[in-house]
Design a protein around this ligand. Structure first.
Ligand SMILES: [Fe+2]
Length: 164
């Protein structure tokens, strides 16, 4: 596909993000099932529900612009999720696994934070204020999800993993 206009670049970024959210939703459920600390399990399940809403927001924006929401599969997210699965397969012990789950989830979140930050900036450049607001809402949710994971890591999981 050739991209020769700024708006097409914006829509392509959104199409990537749909795929990112789609893959993440599935991965979060698997990660929640593998988690042991109740706070971590809950955080992953909560963010799974949020992820589905974020995907619907993106689909809504793309449909409004007449673009296909299923046009792209994001290979970077595929690779990050593959790494997560590989790491989980190597870990022995519940506490250590939880610490690794948080580290992996935060990599995934930071990728999303970067992608939403860029997409919101592109929307602003195009003066698509409604889009920008929606994308900014999702960006803030991603940052919050990341902060919750940091709290869980610092508050309990990493200390337990260190003591294990
Ligand atoms: Fe998300």
């Amino acid at each position: 596909m050739e991209i020769s206009h700024f708006k097409d670049l914006y829509l392509a970024e959104l199409q990537e993000l749909v795929s990112v959210e789609d893959q993440l939703a599935e991965a979060l459920l698997r990660m929640a099932a593998a988690a042991s600390h109740p706070a971590l399990k809950d955080a992953l399940v909560d963010h799974h529900a949020e992820t589905l809403r974020q995907k619907e927001r993106l689909v809504g924006i793309l449909q409004k612009h007449g673009a296909d929401p299923t046009a792209h599969v994001d290979q970077a997210m595929q690779a990050l999720i593959r790494e997560t699965r590989k790491m989980l397969g190597m870990l022995v012990g519940d506490d250590l696994r939880d610490a690794a789950l948080i580290a992996s989830a935060q990599k995934l979140e930071h990728y999303e934070i970067a992608a939403y930050g860029s997409a919101a900036a592109l929307a602003g450049q195009l003066e698509l204020r409604d889009d920008q607001t929606i994308l900014h809402d999702s960006l803030e949710e991603e940052k919050e999800a990341d902060a919750v994971l940091t709290d869980i890591a610092k508050g309990e999981v990493n200390q337990d993993a260190l003591a294990a």
